[in-house]
Ligand binder design. Structure first.
Ligand code: SAH
Ligand code: SF4
Ligand code: F3S
Length: 441
């Protein structure tokens, strides 16, 4: 066989893209590609892109611009664009950037090997279909030697979204909600655990809407989690991202009953104003969301809550925004993401009149000040406590490892690299802005 070709993948956007990038590497391995961390030695560069906000999408074009000299120096270099920008703007990318050889949408990744063959024949390949077959049936899992495998892994259980929030591109770029069959998920999870994985994060754009076909009919997410918890060697289970309207009773109960299910929940609300929530098509009120959180906290009192917020949605008034601040004060999130509204072509909200950019910036700053203060309070409440930490990888300093607390906080401590993959009890001694420092006991 000829020398392996080198594949460099750059991943933007959400965790589902991280998972897909691994699977694309697995698919291209069938054509002799090995992944590399060094872009300069690559035979193929694949950008796995995100379309969620304008800035995210624009990054792709600037990155492609930066690749020009590489392509000029190495005419054989193949450049591919995957992910949600590929899905949304496939033909436009081909037109704007002649150096792109291949554009592939998220539902067509299993066709990458054939597309690469076409490129080898001197063609440009574009595939943004939503094929009938399940891409995951045809995408080999990325294999690696057991020792090199990180102790944490993602597992996509559900893709796409039928919710059509007025601001969001996901239903268009990822398509309709589809759940993967239970048997395949269990097999993939067992395989991951066999290769040393201690923690699995179940992924879906709408993960708690999961309804995969299994023995006896469709399984809910909580039923899947209960089954996964029976796998020996699997120590931690997480899932993301959930929609408030799909938090059913059993999923709430699972947080109090399943020890392996970590006490952390990312549950975006976007706004605290009922007027804005309605205009966003979120289909619940602020009060319904708060009552839901009460039930979740009743099941698991120490749960760390995380959220997403959009400020400056079309029509948002100062009073609407203050309702968001009020909701944030009531919930006291352990962690949160917040964004200025960004109009996305093709979504209903893009037709509406925008809030002034300066107003958006000012509101985002005020919101983030509050969110940061609550996050700091949460971090400080950990100091002096003993927490079980899953050791994940070497830290920046010599002899240091980084792990995660049950609440998904990064924890730094001095420990031996041979302990990676273990869960150790540590004492939290200090907190930085985004992480904790700990001592082994
Ligand atoms: N499926 C998840 C999140 C998908 S996108 C959910 O339903 O919550 C992740 C986050 O990006 C969203 O929660 C939202 O806060 C933000 N986002 C999505 N579209 C956006 C837009 N047009 N402008 C600004 N932020 C946006
Ligand atoms: Fe987008 Fe709403 Fe679907 Fe989340 S639930 S992916 S925000 S449309
Ligand atoms: Fe971005 Fe697509 Fe994920 S738009 S957030 S990469 S689903």
């Amino acid at each position: 066989m000829s020398d392996p070709k080198k594949l460099f993948v750059k991943t933007y956007g959400c965790q589902m893209n991280v998972y897909d990038s691994e699977r694309m590497a697995g698919a291209l391995a069938t054509r002799g590609y090995e992944t590399t961390e060094d872009m300069a030695e690559a035979d193929m560069i694949l950008l796995n892109t995100c379309h969620i906000r304008e800035k995210a999408a624009e990054k792709v074009y600037s990155e492609l611009g930066r690749l020009k000299p590489l392509k000029a120096a190495k005419p054989d270099l193949r450049i591919g664009v995957a992910g949600c920008v590929a899905q949304a703007e496939g033909a436009e990318i081909m037109r704007r950037q002649p150096l792109v050889d291949l554009v592939v949408g998220p539902q067509a990744y299993h066709r990458l090997p054939e597309m690469d063959d076409a490129v080898q024949q001197g063609e440009r390949a574009l595939d943004t279909d939503f094929p009938q077959e399940d891409k995951f049936d045809h995408l080999p899992a990325a294999r690696g030697p057991k020792a090199s495998r990180a102790p944490t892994a993602f597992l996509t259980v559900q893709e796409g979204c039928d919710k059509f929030c007025a601001f969001c591109v996901v239903p268009y770029t990822r398509g309709a909600e589809v759940s993967r069959p239970v048997a395949r998920l269990l097999a993939e999870a067992e395989d991951l655990v066999d290769r040393g994985v201690a923690e699995i994060t179940l992924l879906g754009q709408n993960v708690n809407a999961f309804h995969g076909a299994g023995p006896g009919g469709d399984w809910s997410l909580s039923r899947l989690i209960r089954k996964l918890a029976e796998i020996d060697g699997l120590k931690r289970i997480r899932f993301t991202t959930s929609h408030p309207n799909n938090m059913d009773d059993d999923l709430i109960a699972a947080h109090g009953e399943i020890e392996k299910l970590m006490p952390y929940l990312h549950l975006p609300v976007q706004s605290g104003s009922d007027t804005v929530l309605k205009a966003m098509n979120r289909r619940h009120t602020a009060d319904e969301y708060l009552r839901l959180l009460d039930r979740i906290r009743a099941a698991r009192p120490d749960i760390a809550l995380s959220g997403d917020f959009i400020v400056g949605f079309p029509g948002e008034t100062e009073a609407d925004f203050e309702a968001t601040l009020d909701l944030v004060d009531r919930v006291r999130y352990a962690q949160a993401y917040s964004f200025k509204y960004s109009a996305r072509p093709g979504t209903p909200a893009a037709e509406r009149e925008e809030v002034d950019e300066n107003v958006k910036s000012e509101r985002l700053a005020r919101l983030q000040e509050k969110l940061t203060a609550h996050q700091q309070d949460f971090q400080h409440s950990m100091v002096g406590r003993t927490l079980p930490v899953l050791l994940e990888k070497p830290g920046r300093e010599d002899g240091q490892l980084v792990g995660r607390s049950p609440y998904l906080q990064a924890v730094h401590l001095l420990a031996d690299a041979s302990q990676i993959g273990e869960i150790v009890d540590v004492r939290i001694v200090a907190t930085q802005r985004n992480s904790l420092s700990a001592e082994t006991i």
